[in-house]
Design a protein around this ligand. Structure first.
Ligand code: PLP
Length: 451
């Protein structure tokens, strides 16, 4: 048993963490997580925290799922590795492809596997280009994404992202453009939510016309902007966007890395909003986060072209469709189906979570509480009436995040948004516990910020 100090010293000396200020890490030391059970994680010092983020939005069924562990172990004993290059295949990947077709929208019948959401978005770019090349429209090169989006960390995925601090560290690939996001609370001004939703969609149409319809290949977006702050769009936004994409025959890519697999109370976020994507990028919860696996579901319109026009799609990864990861995904989907997780989120847990979270709206530093299914954000403000923020550096968010940890709850801070995406397996009592702890964190943060 190592002491936390030993772990932290070795960690700071040898381990460069993702999205971490290395100097900060050395001075403060990392939080060492050594165990997880159900909806809770435990630090090396024995602190038990309710994980309000399901890891990184991925352990949607919590941490204790022996059937997934067993499926992976069995697969490792039977066929621990084989690839699917050069006309090879294996049962786990074949079975999973069938399962994914069964839970995704009816027109989605093919899948291409990756190891992560970022690689999925690289795959999306190459699929989109190949589609338009095969359609003999090679001028269609531009992909439109949205400001404040997060689409991953490879060079291509970071270029798609709309958070400048992510792509500024390298620069952006060409032929990627960004449009406004439907962030009503921050940017809606005097408009009603409904009016603002239409206006945000109109910004996409304006962009398409400005770039030239003949040059625009695809539009990529999350159903709800996730890492950007759980920006739940006005109900008017997606129907307008879908109309615009149909009108100009522009491919639609739904990045469902966060909202796929039940979080909204539907299998995919596009099912919730009634949109019809041509491609769906997924990862994270497909294996309950227990194995790295991602992929792109490909709608029939694109798949038919790829399959009938011949020629090789020169793209793939050594671990595309890794047997152990596919086994984990099959077990995850089976649990979701057997335990009616999606219906439970829609009809029981989601409404209860929404109702309890709404009670936090009265808190003096809460500007808005947004929830949908089992995801939510608490937007922090200094002045409830004017929506003035504490500052532009996300100080309030960081203070509240630290207070949350002190109160044994993991919430994530994105700027001044406190994000909550707990396991879809919480009980009502655990939702009560989450809200009580979030309230205690808000009280503590408020006191700190007023001092
Ligand atoms: N797309 C979205 C919407 C994401 O939220 C993420 C990760 O959080 C990614 C893509 C990248 O996925 P990964 O971290 O598995 O590469």
């Amino acid at each position: 048993q190592h002491s936390t100090k030993d772990f932290q010293a070795a960690d700071a000396q040898h381990y460069l963490h993702p999205f971490t200020d290395f100097k900060d890490l050395a001075s403060k030391g990392s939080r060492i997580i050594t165990k997880a059970e159900g909806a809770y994680i435990y630090t090396n010092d024995g602190q038990k925290l309710l994980d309000g983020m399901s890891g990184l939005w991925c352990c949607n069924l919590g941490y204790t799922q022996p059937a997934i562990n067993k499926a992976v172990a069995d697969q490792m004993n039977e066929l621990p590795y084989y690839n699917s290059f050069f006309q090879c295949s294996h049962p786990a990947a074949i079975e999973l492809s069938k399962e994914l077709a069964s839970v995704s929208p009816a027109h989605m019948n093919n899948v291409f596997y990756t190891n992560s959401g970022s690689e999925g978005n690289d795959t999306v770019l190459r699929l989109v280009r190949r589609y338009w090349d095969l359609k003999k429209q090679p001028n269609k090169r531009v992909i439109i994404s949205r400001e404040n989006a997060y689409h991953g960390s490879t060079v291509a995925a970071a270029s798609l992202g709309g958070m400048s601090y992510v792509h500024n560290q390298f620069g952006k690939l060409p032929n990627i453009e960004h449009v406004a996001q439907p962030y009503w609370f921050k940017e809606g001004g005097e408009l009603s939510r409904e009016e603002f939703g239409v206006q945000a969609a109109k910004a996409l149409e304006d962009k398409i016309l400005e770039l030239g319809v003949e040059n625009v290949a695809a539009f990529i977006a999350e159903p709800i902007q996730g890492a950007g702050g759980v920006i739940i769009p006005p109900e008017t936004y997606w129907p307008e966007v879908q109309k615009i994409l149909n009108k100009y025959d522009i491919l639609f890519v739904s990045d469902e890395v966060i909202f796929g697999f039940g979080r909204t109370g539907k299998w995919f976020g596009c099912d919730y909003y009634g949109t019809k994507p041509d491609l769906i990028n997924f990862a994270k919860a497909v294996t309950n986060g227990f194995q790295p696996l991602g992929g792109v579901m490909i709608g029939d319109k694109v798949a038919d072209v790829l399959k009938s026009d011949g020629g090789e799609f020169a793209h793939g990864f050594t671990y595309s469709g890794h047997p152990a990861a596919c086994a984990a995904a099959l077990a995850t989907i089976k649990i979701m189906k057997d335990e009616n997780i999606v219906d439970k989120v829609a009809n029981d847990l989601g409404p209860y979570f929404g109702k309890r979270m709404a009670e936090l709206s009265d808190h003096p530093m809460v500007g808005e509480v947004r929830t949908l299914g089992m995801v939510g954000a608490i937007e922090l403000v200094k002045n409830k009436e004017t929506r003035e923020r504490y500052d532009s550096d996300g100080t309030a968010g960081a203070t509240c995040r630290d207070a949350s940890i002190a109160n044994d709850l993991v919430m994530r801070a994105t700027g001044d948004n406190m994000i909550i995406a707990p396991p879809l397996t919480l009980t009502h009592e655990q939702i009560d516990e989450l809200v009580t702890k979030a309230k205690a964190a808000l009280d503590q943060a408020y006191e700190t910020l007023q001092a």
